[in-house]
Design a protein around this ligand. Structure first.
Ligand SMILES: Nc1ncnc2c1ncn2[C@@H]1O[C@H](COP(=O)(O)OP(=O)(O)OP(=O)(O)O)[C@@H](O)[C@H]1O
Ligand SMILES: [Mg+2]
Length: 314
C-alpha cells in the first residue's frame, strides 16, 4: 500500500536584488513510497535533498505540485492536524541544533510525549523514555535523562533524537544526513538502531544521504537527485550495481570501494550549478551529451521493470 505520493513537486527560491535569480531546488519531482519501505534519496550537495525533506515534513511550503499522505492531500498549506504532525517526523544532521541546550534530556523528551498525549502522567512517560533509552543501549537510562545535551557525545545525542522521533510512533520518518556529522566508528550504531526501530514498528523511511554505500545498505529503493530533478529511480541494487544515468555512473565511479578498482568516469566541468531553460540539467557536465540533450528535456522513463531513468541515451 502506498503511504506517500508526490506529484510534480516544485520549490523555487528567488534571490538577489529585485529577486533576479531563481534557484529551482525541486523542479518537478514525482514518486510514490510504499508503506514500510525505506526510500533512499541520493545526490551531491545542493541537489535539493534537504529541501525535499523540509517540504514533505511541511516545515517549508512547496511552490507547486501535490503531496498525498495516506490518501489525503497535505500540500497547499503547511498546517497539519495533530495526528499527521505526529505521524510525520524528521531528524536532522546536527543533533546539538535539534535540542534546546537549556533543557535536560528528560524535559526534551517529555514535551512531545505530553503534547501528543502519550503516557497518562509524568512517571508513566518516564517509563516510556527509559524503555527506549535501554533499547538504544543508553544505560543506566536515569543517568542520561538528567543530563544536558552538551554532556553527551554526538552519537549518543543523535540516538536520542532518533528515539524522540520514534517514541511518537510515527508512520513516516525522514532522516536527513542523520549520521554524516558523526565519526565512522559510531555511524553504524546509529544506523542499526534506526533499522531496528523502524523494522519492528514497520515505519516508512525517507533516508537522505550523499553516501552511496550507505544508501544501498539502508534503502529498498533509491532516487538519485540532480539539480532538483529525479534522474534515476529504482531498486537499490539495480541503481548502484547497474546505474543507467550518466550522472549516477559518475557518482558511483567516484565512490570509494574496498572491493574493486573502479574506472573513473570523468564528468566535464565539476561544480557548475547551471539549470538550463530547456534540455537536460546535466548537459554541460555529461561525457555523452549531444545536440538533442540541449534541445529536449529528458523525461523519466521506465527502462527496465521498476528502474526509471531520465536520459535520452539510456
Ligand atoms: N532558504 C533558501 N533560500 C534560498 N536558497 C535555498 C534555500 N534553501 C535551499 N536553497 C538552495 O536550494 C538548493 C538545494 O538546497 P538543499 O539544501 O536542498 O540541498 P542539499 O541536497 O540538501 O545539499 P547538502 O548535501 O549540502 O545538504 C541549493 O542551491 C540551495 O542553495
Ligand atoms: Mg542537505
Amino acid at each position: 500500500m502506498r503511504i506517500l505520493q508526490v506529484n510534480n513537486l516544485k520549490k523555487y527560491f528567488t534571490l538577489g536584488l529585485m529577486r533576479k535569480y531563481t534557484v529551482k531546488a525541486l523542479d518537478g519531482v514525482s514518486f510514490d513510497i510504499d508503506q514500510g519501505e525505506i526510500f533512499g534519496v541520493l545526490g551531491e550537495s545542493g541537489c535539493g535533498k534537504s529541501t525535499l525533506g523540509l517540504v514533505l515534513s511541511r516545515i517549508e511550503k512547496e511552490s507547486s505540485g501535490e503531496i498525498f499522505f495516506k490518501q489525503s492531500k497535505i500540500s497547499g498549506s503547511t498546517k497539519l492536524d495533530r495526528d499527521k504532525r505526529r505521524e510525520i517526523q524528521i531528524i536532522f544532521q546536527n543533533p546539538y541544533e535539534s535540542f534546546d541546550q537549556r533543557l535536560t534530556i528528560e524535559d526534551s523528551l517529555d514535551l512531545p510525549l505530553k503534547i501528543n498525549r502519550i503516557g497518562t502522567n509524568r512517571s508513566r512517560r518516564k517509563e516510556i523514555m527509559k524503555d527506549f533509552l535501554s533499547r538504544a543501549g543508553l544505560e543506566p537510562a536515569e543517568s542520561f535523562l538528567s543530563r544536558y545535551p552538551h554532556e553527551l557525545s554526538g552519537g549518543q545525542l543523535q540516538r536520542i533524537s532518533l528515539l524522540r522521533a520514534m517514541m511518537l510512533n510515527p508512520s513516516f520518518l525522514i532522516a536527513d544526513e542523520c549520521v554524516s556529522m558523526l565519526d565512522l566508528s559510531v555511524r553504524a550504531s546509529v544506523i542499526n538502531l534506526m533499522l531496528d526501530l523502524v523494522r519492528s514498528e514497520k515505519t516508512t523511511v525517507m533516508f537522505i544521504t550523499h553516501d552511496i554505500s550507505l544508501a544501498k545498505y539502508v534503502s529498498d529503493r533509491i532516487a538519485v537527485l540532480y539539480l532538483g530533478k529525479v534522474v534515476e529511480l529504482g531498486r537499490s541494487v539495480d541503481v548502484v550495481e547497474r546505474p543507467l544515468h550518466p550522472y549516477t555512473k559518475v557518482l558511483i565511479s567516484y565512490s570509494p570501494s574496498i572491493f574493486e578498482r573502479r574506472q573513473k568516469i570523468k564528468p566535464k566541468e565539476l561544480m557548475t550549478v547551471f539549470q538550463p531553460e530547456t534540455g537536460c540539467n546535466f548537459v554541460n557536465r555529461c561525457p555523452y551529451a549531444d545536440n538533442r540533450c540541449e534541445r529536449e528535456t529528458p523525461q523519466l522513463r521506465e527502462i527496465e521493470q521498476g528502474h526509471w531513468v531520465s536520459c535520452h541515451f539510456a
